[in-house]
Design a protein around this ligand. Structure first.
Ligand SMILES: Nc1ncnc2c1ncn2[C@@H]1O[C@H](COP(=O)(O)OP(=O)(O)OP(=O)(O)O)[C@@H](O)[C@H]1O
Ligand SMILES: [Mg+2]
Length: 293
């Protein structure tokens, strides 16, 4: 299940194959009170893996993503990208890095709505100085089954198609770090499954990249290599997922859409390894109940 063909175990990885976060704090300074969103978070993300971050609402997931994307500066702590300590970088250096190496996909996507899909791609490629073959644009959307729709505007696609386009763009840009906050948050179960299928197809091309996805949707465990659970601004769990049998994880995707929405709303994810185990049991029992009806 792991996309990581280069490393059979974590020990073989060097710091150059990781994003490392150490003792990270982020405090939102408000007029009335300070809100500690991250309180000493430490963890590491591995190259070639799809990392899934879950955790209750308010646990600091988006704050962490915004820091990784360079949108927020941590109040304290260290981050290193492939062995380079980001806190030593100048703002200009980070901006350049972000432009070339990072794609941040939001629920409402990062595409410009006043540009066609083709123009969006052209714009992104121009920014990083990427040259493409003359006939590139004839077929580029074929990979996600949207052939001949390059001259459409983003609002002429469904939410699921837009997410697929945004991920395709990240891939085509050669982004090393692909961050996505709730990419399936607006999708129904069918579009979500379709999206997951696309990520699975992309996996071989991601072996030199980090894909970090935040979601409340346990079905995404099916495509993730490692699960991180945040709680109260700390990383409580970092768990490789391939020890779970496909049989178990495939049951996760059969969770009903209503249940999925409820979980999204409540952010009802338990937060320790024990919590994770009981979550799987809980989901299995939901599946079994469904099957027997
Ligand atoms: N702009 C802000 N100003 C003040 N506090 C904020 C701000 N953004 C987030 N917070 C607070 O920081 C904490 C972490 O928020 P964050 O958005 O990172 O959580 P999250 O895990 O992404 O939640 P969700 O699952 O609901 O998206 C919460 O207590 C939140 O209220
Ligand atoms: Mg969030």
């Amino acid at each position: 299940m792991s996309a990581n063909k280069n490393f059979s175990n974590t020990d073989e990885m060097t710091k150059n194959d990781k994003i490392t976060v150490e003792n990270l704090y982020y405090i939102y300074k408000d007029l009335k009170l300070d809100i500690v969103a991250l309180s000493g978070l430490s963890t590491e993300f591995h190259k070639g893996e799809v990392s899934l971050i879950m955790g209750p609402s308010g646990s600091g997931k988006t704050t962490l993503m915004n820091i990784l994307a360079g949108i927020l500066q941590p109040s304290s702590g260290n981050i290193s990208f492939l062995g380079e300590n980001v806190s030593n970088w100048t703002e200009t250096h980070f901006r350049e890095y972000r432009k070339k190496k990072i794609t941040y996909i939001l629920q409402s996507t990062t595409l410009f709505d006043f540009l066609t899909i083709k123009e969006n791609f052209q714009f992104a490629f121009d920014l990083i100085g990427k040259k493409v073959e003359k006939n590139y644009f004839n077929n580029f959307l074929d990979r996600i089954d949207l052939k001949n729709r390059e001259n459409y505007y983003p609002n002429e696609f469904s939410a699921g198609q837009i997410q697929k386009i945004a991920f395709l763009l990240a891939l085509e840009k050669g982004s090393q770090i692909i961050l996505a906050d709730e990419p399936t948050g607006n999708l129904d179960a069918k579009s979500r499954d379709n999206f997951m299928e696309m990520i699975n197809k992309m996996k071989p091309e991601l072996k030199d990249s980090f894909m970090i996805i935040v979601s409340h949707d346990p079905a995404l465990m099916k495509i993730a290599d490692r699960l991180f659970i945040l709680e109260n601004g700390k990383c409580k769990t970092s768990q490789k997922l391939d020890k779970f049998s496909l049989k178990t994880t495939s049951k996760l995707s059969s969770i009903s859409e209503n249940e999925m929405n409820e979980r999204r709303i409540q952010g009802k994810i338990q937060n320790t390894i024990t919590g994770l185990k009981s979550l799987i049991k809980e989901l299995e029992s939901i599946t079994i109940e469904g099957e027997s009806n």
